[in-house]
Design a protein around this ligand. Structure first.
Ligand SMILES: *Cc1c(COP(=O)(O)O)cnc(C)c1O
Length: 467
């Protein structure tokens, strides 16, 4: 059937007319009349707005197609799975750590219905939501007590607010960090109601710098792990043991924000040593905070471990109630922490550890089987080869550590004029796949780093269907 061209606004069909067209009968059955009406209204108003701008032909058939695509957009989740081939394992913009299968299963099971989140099954009385993770955290870190909030930024916020509301907090100038995503230590201090006192210089801070400003108006001292950069050369910082002593002489707590927080020793994966929460506590720190979804490999959460007294104070802060995690986070975190009790199988079970420990030869081998499908899908005018590259941990963890890896390097062929545009085009085509593939552009190449690719099969299968 040929549809008449609509050439004036008055010829546009009404919402009712469209609702009664044959082409929208099935969509109404699928999405309901309400949603279809909304989509029609939206499409018609867009057409009216742009009617005189474009000379495009409009007819009923096109309107219906646009309503269908509008409906599809409305009902497709915007948050979805992607392939992280950026080479950054814990990529904050791509959701950081992938959860272990065991954790996913436990999340699904508690999400579906009632749980004993705050209910003691033995006594039949009210229970504590943190009881499901606290014993696991104290066992793994050696701390007396532990509490959790929604992320490490929240942990830092609640710690400062608990111990330094209206009080001074000296921080070394070398640690006034921005973690990205607008988490800046000075800003968070202000919002927590603490008064930041900068001490020392960017590269050197001494104990007397802290001692000079520590008095009755000081709430606490906090050491912030400079996780996304390193200061090298003529540097000096105060040993944590000394800061802890200074705090205890002044009867105030000493806190360490570890940032990434690896519970295990990473040197045996060939990575630089990170201070573990246990080591941080052993320096005399009263409170140690770290992220749940960085090197730990769990769900987004902020973990605070420390002395019974300090943790109790944090728990009693009303702000803590506003920052408490939900049952799905608790289920996932408890599950991941339980995996840490089995060191023999830990690396295999926790995706982020498994991925970080992959050897470059193995990634290279995997890459070999992927180059041909990629070449076929990409087509001309690009040149594709398998190259060595370097992955990084991400999320600010061990910023100077680079992990040898392998990538498909896609390069516009020599006769292409605008190479920059052409690289952006290929990146865009990969992002437009049903499961978007995210790579990185580096030195005139579009790189797909295979370190984080565990599901080669799905990756290839979506390249086999030509767009
Ligand atoms: C990442 C990080 C934070 C913020 O942690 P989130 O879990 O992202 O909220 C705070 N401090 C340091 C040192 C960090 O590295």
């Amino acid at each position: 059937m040929k549809y008449a061209k609509i050439s004036t606004l008055s010829e546009l069909p009404s919402v009712d007319q469209l609702l009664n067209t044959e082409g929208l009968r099935l969509p109404i059955a699928q999405y309901g009349r309400h949603a279809v009406t909304q989509a029609i209204r939206h499409v018609l108003s867009e057409i009216r707005k742009n009617f005189h701008k474009k000379n495009k032909t409009i007819n009923i058939e096109l309107i219906i197609l646009r309503v269908l695509s509008d409906l599809e957009n409305r009902f497709t989740p915007s948050l979805k799975k992607v392939f992280n081939l950026t080479g950054t394992v814990l990529h904050t913009n791509l959701g950081r750590a992938a959860l272990p299968k065991q954790a996913i299963n436990e999340v699904v099971s508690v999400a579906a219905g009632a749980t004993n989140l705050e209910f003691d099954i033995t006594t039949g009385r009210r229970g504590e939501r943190e009881s499901h993770v606290e014993h696991l955290l104290t066992e793994l870190t050696g701390a007396e007590a532990a509490t959790i909030v929604n992320n490490n930024a929240a942990a830092v916020l609640v710690i400062l607010n608990t111990f330094a509301l209206g009080k001074k907090v000296p921080v070394s100038r070398g640690e006034l960090v921005e973690i990205g995503g607008s988490f800046r230590i000075p800003d968070i201090m202000t919002r927590a109601g603490a008064i930041l006192v900068e001490v020392g210089t960017t590269n050197r801070t001494h104990l007397h710098d802290f001692a000079n400003v520590t008095n009755r108006s000081t709430g606490m001292i906090m050491k912030v792990h400079t996780s996304n950069y390193t200061i090298e050369g003529f540097t000096s910082s105060v040993p944590e043991e000394k800061l802890a002593d200074l705090c205890h002489q002044n009867e105030i707590p000493f806190a360490i924000d570890l940032g990434s927080g690896s519970i295990i020793d990473f040197t045996y994966l060939g990575l630089p040593n990170e201070q573990t929460p246990k080591e941080a506590l052993a320096t005399g720190a009263d409170i140690v905070a770290f992220s749940g979804d960085k090197l730990l490999g769990g769900p987004q959460s902020g973990i605070i471990v420390g002395s019974k007294q300090a943790i109790e104070k944090i728990r009693n802060n009303p702000m803590k109630r506003a920052l408490r995690p939900d049952k799905m986070t608790i289920a996932a975190l408890a599950s991941v922490l339980r995996l840490y009790k089995q060191p023999e199988t830990l690396i295999q079970n926790v995706p982020c550890l498994r991925i970080l420990s992959r050897k470059s030869e193995e990634i290279f081998r995997q890459g070999k089987s992927l180059i041909e499908p990629i070449r076929n899908w990409v087509g001309n005018p690009y040149l594709i080869s398998l190259v060595q590259c370097k992955s990084q941990i991400g999320s600010g963890a061990m910023p100077t550590a680079h992990l040898p890896s392998a990538a498909a390097a896609i390069k516009p062929s020599a006769n292409i004029k605008n190479k920059g545009r052409s690289l952006k085009n290929i990146a865009e085509r990969f992002r437009a796949l049903p499961i978007p593939v995210i790579g990185r552009i580096e030195n005139g190449l579009f790189l797909l780093d295979f370190r984080c690719l565990e599901d080669s099969k799905t990756f290839i299968s979506q390249l086999e269907h030509k767009q």
